[in-house]
Write a protein of this length. Structure first.
Length: 244
C-alpha cells in the first residue's frame, strides 16, 4: 500500500479550474518531484493535498494517506496523521528565536501529551549545524538559506512520515540551492518520504526517485526521475541552460 495515494484531485477557484483531475502516489521513504512552469498548478496541488487551500478554493477527488482517507479533513488532522508542509514563503516567526520556531514545529506532539515532543531537536541540529549556532538569534536575522533550513527543521520537529516541500530553492543563491538539495537527499536516509514541488527541474530530478511534469493544470508526463531527465521534451523545455 502506498504511503500517499492521490486520485483524480481537481481544484477550482470559483469557476476557474486551477488543477485538472490529477493522480499520483508516493511510497514510504521515496522522493517524488513535481516539476513544471510557473502557473502550472504545482503549489495548488500541494496545498490541496496538505489541506491548506484558501476558503475560496474547492476540490474534488480523493487523498488517502497511510491508509486513511483525508478528503475533507483539516490541516491539523493531516499533520497529526504524519504530513508536514514547508510552504513557499516559509512563514517563520521573524521576531522569535530560532529554537522557539523549531519548538513550534513539535506543538502538535506536545498537545498530544508526548513527553519527548522535542526529541527531534538534536536531529535537526545535526542536519543543520548553523541553526544550532544561531539558536538564540531571531529568525528574521537569518540569511535566505538559513531561513529555508529553519523551515525544513521546523517541519521535521513534527516527526512526519511525509514532508512536502514547495519550491525550496526559490530565491536562493546557486551554492545554497546545492546545499539544500544535498540536505533533501540526506533526509531520505531518515526514512521520511518527500513530495518536492520545484521549478528547478535539473536539481529536482537529480534527487528524486520518480517525477511528474505538470503543465497547465494537468500531468503531461511521469516516470522514473532518471528517465525524465533523459526525455527529449523535458530536456528541451526544462533542462536547457536558460531553464530551471
Amino acid at each position: 500500500m502506498s504511503l500517499l495515494q492521490v486520485s483524480h484531485l481537481g481544484v477550482f477557484y470559483g469557476k476557474v479550474q486551477a488543477l485538472q483531475p490529477t493522480s499520483l502516489r508516493i511510497e514510504s521513504g521515496q522522493i517524488v518531484t513535481v516539476i513544471g512552469p510557473n502557473g502550472a498548478g504545482k503549489s495548488t496541488m500541494l496545498n490541496a493535498i496538505a489541506g491548506a487551500l484558501p476558503t475560496l478554493g474547492s476540490q474534488s477527488g480523493e487523498v488517502v494517506f497511510d491508509g486513511q482517507a483525508l478528503t475533507g479533513k483539516t490541516i491539523e488532522h493531516r499533520v497529526a496523521a504524519g504530513m508536514s508542509l514547508v510552504p513557499e514563503k516559509r512563514e517563520l516567526f521573524a521576531t522569535m528565536k530560532v529554537e522557539d520556531n523549531l519548538l513550534l514545529g513539535s506543538y502538535r506532539r506536545y498537545q498530544a501529551g508526548e513527553k519527548n515532543y522535542a526529541d527531534q531537536m538534536q536531529v535537526v541540529y545535526d542536519l543543520f549545524p548553523r541553526l544550532q549556532e544561531r539558536r538564540q538569534q531571531q529568525a528574521g536575522t537569518l540569511s535566505g538559506g538559513e531561513r529555508q533550513m529553519l523551515a525544513l527543521g521546523r517541519a521535521l520537529m513534527a516527526k512526519p512520515k511525509l514532508l512536502m516541500l514547495d519550491e525550496p530553492s526559490l530565491g536562493l543563491a546557486p551554492l545554497i540551492v546545492k546545499e539544500i538539495f544535498q540536505i533533501i537527499q540526506r533526509l531520505k536516509q531518515t526514512g521520511v518520504a518527500i513530495l518536492l514541488v520545484e521549478q528547478n527541474a535539473r536539481a529536482a530530478l537529480q534527487v528524486a526517485d520518480y517525477g511528474y511534469v505538470l503543465e497547465t493544470g494537468s500531468i503531461a508526463l511521469e516516470g522514473a526521475a532518471s528517465d525524465l531527465a533523459q526525455d527529449q521534451r523535458v530536456v528541451d523545455t526544462y533542462l536547457g541552460l536558460a531553464k530551471k
